[in-house]
Write a protein that binds this ligand. Structure first.
Ligand code: AKB
Length: 317
C-alpha cells in the first residue's frame, strides 16, 4: 500500500484508523475522506490531506483516487445498528449503493478495499456460542442485512474482477477517543464515561447478555494486519471473525468497580437494543483469522479497563 483513502475518517473507527495509518505510512500518503458537516479537526486535520468524499457520489471517490493515486481504500461509511433500524433505506444507500461505488472505482484503478462487517451480520438462527467462521447468517436488522450483503458483494468483486477485497467482522469497539453513535454495543463505552464522571450508569442491556467486544488498538491492528497479509495464505476474505473478549453488563461493571468502588449501575433495558443484542453471538470463534493471517489480540477486559480509565481521567478530569 502506497496511498490510502479512508472513507468515513471522522467516525469512531475512522478517526483513529486514519491516524494509525499515517503513523505507519506517512501523513501525506493517507487521505482523510469526510462528509460535511463533520470535517476533520485538530491532529486529524493537520497531519495529512483531507477531502470531501461522499460515498454515495461516485465521482467524488473517483476524483480523489485519481488525484492521490490511491491504491487502498478503507471504507468505513455506515449507519450503526440502532440508527439503521430507524433509517433502513438510508442504511442501504450508504452501505450497499456506496459500496458498489467504491468497488467500481477500485476495479478500474486497481485499489485494494477493506469494508468491515460486524457481529451484526449474524442473527437468531446463528449458533451463538463460539460462532463458526462459516455459518448461518440470517440477521433480522437492516444493519445486519447490509453487512451480509457487504460480505457477499465484496467476495463477488474478488472472484469476478480480482479486486483485492478483505474484511473482518468487528465486535463492539471500545475507545477512549471518539464516541460511537447509534450502536447496540455503545453501552460498553458509555459505562466508562459515567464511571469517570462519578455518575450512576443506566444500562440499556440486560444482565447476562453476552456480546463480543474489542479495544480500539486491537481493532486497528486487525484491519491493518489483514490488509498487509500475504494473499496466498487467505482462504477466506469477506469477512473474518475476530475476537478478544466477551462479557455482559454485570462483568464490565464489576471490573470497573475494582478501580471505582463507589460506582453504581442500574438496569433500564431498551427493548430495541436488547432484541438486537439477543440476536447476536455470545462469542465468535476466530480460529481462521489466527491461522490465515496471524490475528492475535493484546487486550482483555482487565487490561482494557485500566487503560480506558487512565486515559479518560486524564482527558475529562
Ligand atoms: C453496533 O453496535 O451497531 C456496532 C457493531 C457491533 O457493529 N458497534
Amino acid at each position: 500500500m502506497k496511498n490510502i483513502l479512508v472513507i468515513g475518517s471522522t467516525g469512531q473507527i475512522g478517526s483513529e484508523l486514519t491516524m494509525e495509518l499515517r503513523r505507519r505510512y506517512g501523513g501525506g500518503h493517507v487521505v482523510a475522506g469526510y462528509i460535511l458537516p463533520a470535517p476533520p479537526m485538530g491532529e486529524l486535520k493537520d497531519s495529512g490531506p483531507s477531502e470531501v468524499v461522499d460515498i454515495t457520489c461516485p465521482d467524488m471517490i473517483l476524483d480523489v483516487v485519481k488525484k492521490y493515486k490511491i491504491d487502498a481504500i478503507y471504507n468505513l461509511a455506515a449507519l450503526l445498528s440502532v440508527v439503521a433500524e430507524s433509517k433502513p433505506q438510508l442504511a442501504w444507500h450508504i452501505g450497499i449503493d456506496g459500496l458498489f461505488n467504491v468497488l467500481e472505482v477500485a476495479r478500474h484503478y486497481q485499489c485494494a478495499v477493506f469494508t468491515p462487517s460486524s457481529i451484526g451480520s449474524f442473527g437468531a438462527s446463528t449458533p451463538h456460542k463460539m460462532t463458526p467462521q462459516d455459518t448461518i447468517q440470517r440477521p433480522s436488522t437492516m444493519y445486519g442485512v447490509t453487512k451480509v450483503t457487504t460480505e457477499l458483494v465484496s467476495d463477488y468483486y474478488f472472484h469476478k474482477y480480482g479486486v483485492d477485497t478483505r474484511a473482518v467482522r468487528f465486535p463492539g469497539i471500545i475507545s477512549n477517543v471518539t464516541p460511537p453513535g447509534g450502536g447496540t454495543t455503545d453501552y460498553a463505552v458509555d459505562i466508562y464515561y459515567s464511571a469517570v464522571r462519578g455518575e450512576e450508569f443506566v444500562c440499556p442491556i440486560a444482565e447476562g447478555t453476552l456480546m463480543d467486544m474489542m479495544y480500539m488498538p486491537d481493532a486497528l491492528h486487525a484491519a491493518i494486519s489483514l490488509m498487509e497479509a500475504d494473499p496466498k495464505r487467505l482462504v477466506h476474505r469477506n469477512a473474518f471473525n475476530i475476537a478478544s473478549m466477551s462479557f455482559g453488563p454485570e462483568t464490565i461493571y464489576a471490573e470497573i468497580k475494582k478501580h471505582v468502588p463507589s460506582f453504581k449501575m442500574r438496569y433500564e433495558v431498551d427493548p430495541l437494543k436488547q432484541a438486537i443484542a439477543d440476536s447476536w453471538p455470545d462469542r465468535m470463534d476466530d480460529a481462521c483469522a489466527r491461522e490465515e493471517w496471524g490475528w492475535q489480540p493484546q487486550y482483555d477486559l482487565p487490561r482494557m479497563t485500566a487503560d480506558m480509565l487512565e486515559k479518560l481521567r486524564a482527558r475529562l478530569l
